[in-house]
Design a protein around this ligand. Structure first.
Ligand code: C2E
Ligand code: CA
Ligand code: CA
Length: 676
């Protein structure tokens, strides 16, 4: 046994207080004689004093969680002392009051060695008021005594300050006389119950007149009346409320969050209620953030939330999912139409939102609506259907809403399959390419080819590149897809060189996102180098886009292409909207006039004049010219007459399988071909 412990025990045997010494794990090391005698005299369990007893276990068995917490805090050095007026319920149900102190026992090195508990019996009725008072006044809890008629007998100083009254004003007065608003409150009814049934109770309630959350413990006294301890627990309660808020409400808009929406929907489902999900997406918030700043986006979100809140009723909950997505859960009453709410929601966005600096921002919304249980009784599906309908609404201009229709799901599933495929093994999934020759109409010679992707999907069959390229561009899969395509094409080009001595210029289509992707370009250049193919044999086709999307990086990479000898062609020329600035800013080698203008040949003098000026423009920039989509001989004649002589179109060839292209164009070039 440690010396410190022994000293305490020696001392403990000399005092008439009750002393229990615990080790650092909470087991009794020693109890002093007066405590053992007290326990025996009241037939109390040995566990209270016997050496070796684990006090934590005893507290647990007795469900004395508060006591266990205090002891734990002392043994963990979280508290250096605990003092309390402690009611000890004896075996006969009577209460013995103790002045309780718990302190840690420290080793010399400041490590915890154990705890020291002292219990001094106090007799509230018999001891001199001054002694009782000194104890009660030193407490950190508020305290008062009520007699059997609930009249104040005593109140300590803390009690005065917590309740905002003076004891001289309350002593002798009835509880309800001092706190008339407490009539019928839990406090009052529990006091009456504690008096009548002699039970200890604990109450936690908000008391409006004091604007305070109060915790109270009520002890009935042996000779009638009640002793009450209380604390102001407002801070804790507010923290708890805040936590609840964080858990169920969105921090920015203060609207219910996803969790609360899901909870509400589950409740409605369980109650077999009909309800509809309105999935609301703000179309152009990204724009607001880019144009102004993130603060502006937040302000707009708050204002959007305010406007949406105007539709809230007890049958209509508005919440924020994430980002720029809101959800309305609506239980329509009989005769109430969903369209009505939908158009009301749309109307909410007609007026622009004013920012602080009086900038007006117009926000458009797309709303998708799905109904439970009409569309589905599964909540996850319901959410996904409303989202699918929202995407349908997004396809329409302006603020709009769409109800979910099963057909939408078919389209959605198709898109998901395409997305999945693009992220998967393209080789196994039937991803191929076609080759379309570019012909000099005067000499009929092959001057180039364009590579066009083809996808024969195992489930969906042939998918148009227009469809899957759009998806790839949106999901970001375009980079890996194009890399895969380039690998295949380079292998083919190498074969053509080796087998047929063919060095035809081969064009690959690029999208805006690829042009702004340095990693893609770096890899592209590396692949060209590794393939051993001359860069002059490679052409990239870029489309006219709003100049905005072409950054400094894009321009630098395009110049790098030019430096290396890679040819740059403008695809679909004439359909974009910044032609002139393209031609002057970009290092262009070739212009591919869009088939729209070619098809107009012979149709109207006006469109022919336009085509002539396009050709003229190209010539004046010293660019190569190519006409796309040439189908009819008269188109070819017209073009030739106006000095545009290179054609790509069905008149010569449709896009063809590489093998067919080899057979038609290359075998005649090869030594083997010539020998045939
Ligand atoms: P594009 O680059 O303008 O390609 C020409 C499109 O016109 C091809 O459609 C081709 O089959 C079609 N075409 C060729 N000659 C004629 C003709 O005489 N008459 C008519 N009516 N059409 C003709 P396709 O193969 O369906 O490709 C559509 C678009 O998909 C392409 O338009 C291109 O923008 C894109 N695309 C195809 N493959 C790729 C690819 O590997 N990467 C990228 N980024 N886009 C691709
Ligand atoms: Ca093209
Ligand atoms: Ca084109």
């Amino acid at each position: 046994m440690q010396r410190e412990e022994q000293q305490i025990i020696d001392w403990a045997s000399m005092v008439d207080e009750f002393i229990v010494v615990l080790d650092e794990k909470g087991a009794i090391v020693r109890s002093n004689q007066p405590w053992i005698e007290f326990c025996n005299a009241h037939s109390l369990t040995e566990s209270l004093w016997k050496s070796g007893t684990d006090y934590f276990r005893y507290f647990k068995e007795q469900e004395k969680d508060g006591e266990a917490t205090v002891l734990h805090q002392i043994l963990q050095k979280e508290k250096t002392e605990h003092k309390q007026i402690y009611p000890f319920v004896l075996t006969d149900g009577e209460i013995q009051w103790f002045s309780l102190k718990v302190r840690p026992i420290m080793k010399k090195n400041q490590q915890i060695q154990g705890a020291f508990i002292s219990l001094k019996p106090i007799h509230l009725h018999t001891i001199q008021p001054i002694t009782a008072e000194s104890v009660l006044e030193s407490m950190t809890d508020g305290f008062y005594l009520l007699d059997e008629d609930l009249r104040f007998n005593y109140m300590n100083e803390i009690g005065e300050s917590l309740l905002g009254c003076k004891r001289e004003d309350v002593i002798g007065k009835g509880f309800l006389e001092v706190f008339p608003e407490a009539e019928g409150s839990t406090f009052h009814t529990e006091y009456v119950r504690a008096l009548e049934f002699k039970v200890i109770t604990e109450i936690e309630e908000f008391y409006e007149p004091l604007n305070m959350w109060i915790w109270k413990k009520v002890y009935p006294l042996k000779r009638g009346g009640l002793a009450l301890y209380f604390q102001d627990i407002s801070k804790r309660k507010i923290a708890e409320e805040k936590l609840k808020e964080y858990a169920y409400y969105d921090y920015l808009t203060k609207l219910p969050n996803r969790r609360l929406l899901v909870k509400k929907a589950s409740m409605l489902k369980k109650a077999k209620q009909k309800f509809s999900v309105f999935y609301i997406n703000l179309d152009n918030l990204k724009f607001v953030n880019a144009l102004y700043n993130y603060g502006a986006g937040d302000k707009v979100m708050k204002k959007v939330a305010e406007r949406l809140s105007t539709v809230v009723t007890d049958k209509c909950m508005v919440g924020r999912m994430d980002g720029d997505e809101f959800v309305v859960l609506y239980q329509p009453g009989t005769g109430e139409r969903l369209e009505h709410l939908a158009s009301r929601l749309v109307q909410l966005f007609e007026e622009p939102f004013l920012l602080d600096d009086f900038q007006a921002v117009t926000i458009q919304v797309s709303i998708g609506i799905a109904c439970h249980p009409f569309d589905t009784s599964q909540l996850e599906q319901l959410a996904s259907y409303s989202e699918i309908a929202m995407y349908e609404a997004k396809k329409l201009p302006g603020s709009t809403y769409e109800f979910f229709r099963p057909k939408m799901k078919v389209e959605h599933d198709r898109r998901s399959k395409i997305e999945e495929g693009l992220a998967g093994n393209l080789d196994e999934l039937g991803f191929e390419f076609a080759v379309q020759p570019q012909i000099n109409g005067e000499t009929e010679a092959l001057v180039g080819v364009e590579i066009l992707s083809r996808w024969n999907h195992p489930e969906l069959g042939m998918i148009s590149p227009i469809e899957f390229i759009k998806v790839a561009e949106q999901t970001g899969a375009i980079a890996s897809m194009t890399k895969f395509l380039l690998e295949k094409v380079f292998v083919k080009m190498k074969e053509w060189q080796q087998n047929y001595g063919c060095h035809v210029r081969t064009a690959i289509n690029m999208t805006p996102s690829l042009l702004a992707n340095p990693a893609f370009f770096d890899n592209f250049f590396k692949m060209i180098e590794e393939s051993g193919i001359s860069p002059t044999q490679i052409e990239i086709e870029i489309t006219e886009q709003a100049e905005l999307t072409y950054s400094e990086t894009t321009l630098n990479y395009l110049y790098l292409c030019k430096e290396k000898g890679i040819s740059i062609a403008i695809d679909d020329f004439g359909t974009g909207f910044s032609m002139i600035s393209y031609l002057t800013h970009f290092p262009i080698n070739k212009i591919k006039i869009d088939k729209y203008f070619i098809q107009k040949i012979g149709e109207s003098a006006k469109s022919e004049a336009l085509l002539r000026s396009l050709i003229h423009l190209g010539k004046s920039m010293e660019c190569e010219l190519l006409a796309e989509g040439v189908e009819r001989p008269e188109e070819a004649e017209f073009l030739k007459a106006h000095e545009c002589t290179v054609f790509q179109g069905y008149l010569y060839d449709k896009p063809m399988k590489p093998e067919d292209f080899e057979k038609k164009y290359l075998t005649s070039l090869s030594p083997i071909g010539r020998n045939k």
